[in-house]
Structures are given as C-alpha cells and as structure tokens.
Design a protein around this ligand. Structure first.
Ligand code: NAG
Ligand code: NAG
Ligand code: NAG
Ligand code: NAG
Ligand code: NAG
Length: 353
C-alpha cells in the first residue's frame, strides 16, 4: 500500500489541543476499499453506551465513574443467560448472538478506544497558549527545559493511565467486563506508554496476552508539529520490546513533514484504511485501540458515531456493525497539504486575566 500516495495533506490539526473541536464531518463516499469490488460499511449501534446517546454531555464525562458508559438495560437475549449475570456479561452474550446470526458479510465488534494520558506537549500548549503554540513552539523539539517532540507522558499522564489500569482491574473482577482480545496502538510514544501502563499486569486470559500491535494509521492527525513525528522502528522496538510492530512499518517516519498538515478528509481516508485492515484480518470481537484525540475523532466519524471529544486519559467503547458490500470502484479524492503559518519570533506568554 502506497501511504504516500494515499496521504496527501492539507491542513494542520493541532496534535496537542486539549479539547480540539471536532472537524466538520466529511464526505465518506469517496473512501478507497481494500478489495477491488468490496467496501466495508461501518455503522455504530446505539442505545448500548451513554456515549452513543446524543443527549449525553461530553463535558466532564468520565468513563471510569459509570462502568465505561454501559447502559443498564435489557437485551432480547437475556432469557438465555442466568438472571444474576452482570450487565457486561449480558451485553457480551447479546453481541455473541449478533455475530452468530450475522452471516458472512456482517460482523460486530466492540472497540475500546483510549486517548493517551497527558503529554508534555499538552502542558506546553496550555503554558504558551494555543496561538503561540501553533505558530511557534509546536514546531520546535522543546524549549530547553522540556522536550515535546514525540512527547512522553507527564506524571499526571502516568496517573491517568494508572487510573485506566485500576478501572480494568476492578471491572474485570466486579463487572466481568470482556477484556480486549487484541490490542493496537499508535506508534507515538505517549500511546506506547499509555497502553503499557493501562494493560500491563492485568489478570488477562493466557490466550489473549497484552501484546499490542503498533499501527501506523492509528497515529494522530499529522500536523507538522514535532509532537506528531514518530520515532524510528528501532527506537520503538528497543523501548517496548514486547510490542509487535505491524508488517510494512517503515524504519523512519515517512509521513510527517515539517510545516505541512493533514486535512480531515485525508485523515478519515487513512483511518478507514486502518479499520479495514483490522476488520479484514482480526477475528476478535473486543479490540483495544490506544490513540489520540484527533485520531479517535476521525475513527468515530468513519464509524458513524456522534462527536465525542475525549480529554487526556479518557476512553470510549463503541459497538460497531461492519458490513462488507459489493460496490463499484470509487475514485479517491484527496486534498492538498496546507502550510502551517508560522511566527518568526516567540509570541509573548499569555497574560493572566
Ligand atoms: C460535530 O462537530 C461538528 C464540527 O465541530 C459540528 O458542526 C456538529 O454540529 C457536531 N455534531 C454534534 C452532534 O455535536
Ligand atoms: C451503510 O449502512 C447504513 C446503515 O445500515 C445504510 O443506511 C447505508 O446506506 C449503508 N451504506 C452503503 C454505501 O451501503
Ligand atoms: C448501572 O448500574 C450500576 C449499579 O447500580 C451503576 O454503578 C452504574 O453506574 C449504572 N450505569 C449507568 C450507565 O447508569
Ligand atoms: C518550557 O515549557 C514549560 C511548560 O511546558 C515551562 O514550565 C518552562 O518554564 C519552559 N521553559 C522555559 C525555559 O521557558
Ligand atoms: C512496559 O514498560 C516497562 C518499563 O519501561 C518495560 O520494561 C516493559 O517491557 C514494557 N512492557 C511491554 C509489554 O513492552
């Protein structure tokens, strides 16, 4: 697959926006397909999680306080299972039934998508203010005191990942929440770290160990900011030796370009390619994806889920229906890169008001 051809870019999404506004939903009618005459059509099934309900406010929402958002309800398959099963067990049975009767061309999966814990780039954007961050500081590797190129997570970010770990540990025991069967992570350090802390040391089935696959296409919207430039394959292998790196992953970051940014329509195209690769090759029902605010927003658009912006360390579950349909080849329309506007000198720090 020629990523360079599929990824023309045009517009900077800041990698670090603490609450990046979700870009306009884009035309999904132009997405490419894996097979020449097939297309995977994703839809989100609603009524299962608080997050899929447009009435749920995203402000201050905390997955960990509400059983990941799983709605307390009945399912049509409840009579088949013991009445004292937990909500998650009943949900799991319902999803199993969906897949059992779905036929060859339809599959249902539950995606657990988590945003990385707070990174040094997030702190720096707040410190300098978004305009100065975007036009000046984000283009540098750091400021002499702090480095934010391929940013690591801060102690606060570590605490957010520990909280996610504790959520899983307690809910595996008390709620019998289905654990991920497979794991994917963005190649950026803040996600590699977050996945490690979240899932290491959990009581996982021996057949489903935490061995995440590092996946290029689940990286953040590529903004030209140094925090969106990934490390080499060798660096990732050395720092996270237990991780699996997907086939075809290049040694160097071939996608990031200084002063250039990806437009949302192009990000959605590659998000769909990434999802298609997973849905095409992974038989798991429960899949964990550790990624970023902008990229998870893009995945949600491709999945037909409502906007749901995640603050650092937050996570969202989505029940996805994926239907493989026959369709005519579609010409991929992509947009040009745009250039990031820069400032020649450092803008003043924001004044306290
Ligand atoms: C989703 O975000 C877009 C862009 O910010 C906005 O126009 C749209 O109204 C949002 N939709 C919902 C349901 O909030
Ligand atoms: C995708 O699925 C949705 C929901 O079933 C349907 O409304 C839509 O028409 C489908 N899209 C295509 C291209 O078939
Ligand atoms: C469902 O009920 C449990 C136990 O009463 C509660 O802890 C949980 O928050 C409820 N979930 C939702 C989404 O309301
Ligand atoms: C560098 O940025 C951090 C915030 O990210 C700030 O605390 C620190 O004071 C800055 N260092 C310099 C030398 O300005
Ligand atoms: C998680 O991080 C620790 C400490 O950096 C490292 O020793 C361990 O190998 C990592 N786990 C995996 C699965 O890579």
């Amino acid at each position: 697959m020629q990523l360079t051809r599929l990824l023309p870019f045009g517009f900077a999404i800041t990698c670090a926006s603490l609450a990046a506004p979700a870009p306009e939903p884009t035309a999904l009618a132009v997405l490419p397909r894996i097979h020449s005459n097939e297309y995977i059509n994703y839809t989100t099934l609603t009524g299962f999680f608080l997050q899929d309900d447009p009435a749920t406010s995203t402000t201050g929402f905390d997955y960990a306080a509400v059983n990941f958002g799983l709605i307390n309800r009945t399912y049509s398959t409840d009579s088949e299972v013991p009445a004292d099963w937990t909500q998650w067990q009943k949900f799991d049975h319902y999803v199993w039934r969906l897949n059992r009767g779905s036929g060859r061309f339809v599959q249902y999966k539950v995606l657990y998508m988590g945003r990385h814990g707070e990174g040094y780039h997030n702190v720096a954007e707040t410190y300098y203010g978004t305009p100065a961050w975007n036009c000046y500081w984000s283009l540098k590797d750091g400021n002499g005191t702090v480095s934010w190129a391929d940013a690591r997570i801060t102690p606060n970010g570590v605490a957010q990942a520990v909280k996610a770990h504790d959520f899983w540990a307690s809910h595996i025991t008390s709620q019998k929440i289905p654990v991920p069967e497979t794991y994917y992570t963005s190649p950026l350090t803040r996600c590699l770290q977050t996945a490690n802390i979240t899932f290491s040391g959990l009581d996982l089935p021996s057949r489903q160990p935490f061995i995440p696959t590092v996946k290029e296409l689940f990286r953040e919207g590529i903004s030209g900011h140094t925090c969106d430039r990934r490390g080499t394959k060798t660096y990732i292998q050395d720092a996270f030796p237990a991780y699996k790196i997907e086939a075809g992953f290049s040694e160097d970051d071939l996608l990031w370009k200084p002063l250039q940014g990806e437009v949302p329509v192009d990000e959605d195209i590659r998000s769909k390619i990434g999802l298609d690769e997973v849905f095409d090759s992974d038989d798991s029902t429960y899949i964990s994806i550790t990624s970023h605010s902008g990229e998870i927003a893009s995945l949600l658009r491709v999945l037909g889920h409502r906007n749901f912006s995640l603050s650092t360390g937050q996570a969202i579950p989505v029940l996805v229906k994926a239907e493989t349909i026959e369709s005519k080849p579609i010409v991929t329309a992509s947009q040009a890169w745009t250039t990031i506007s820069t400032c020649s000198t450092a803008p003043p720090l924001p004044t306290a008001t």
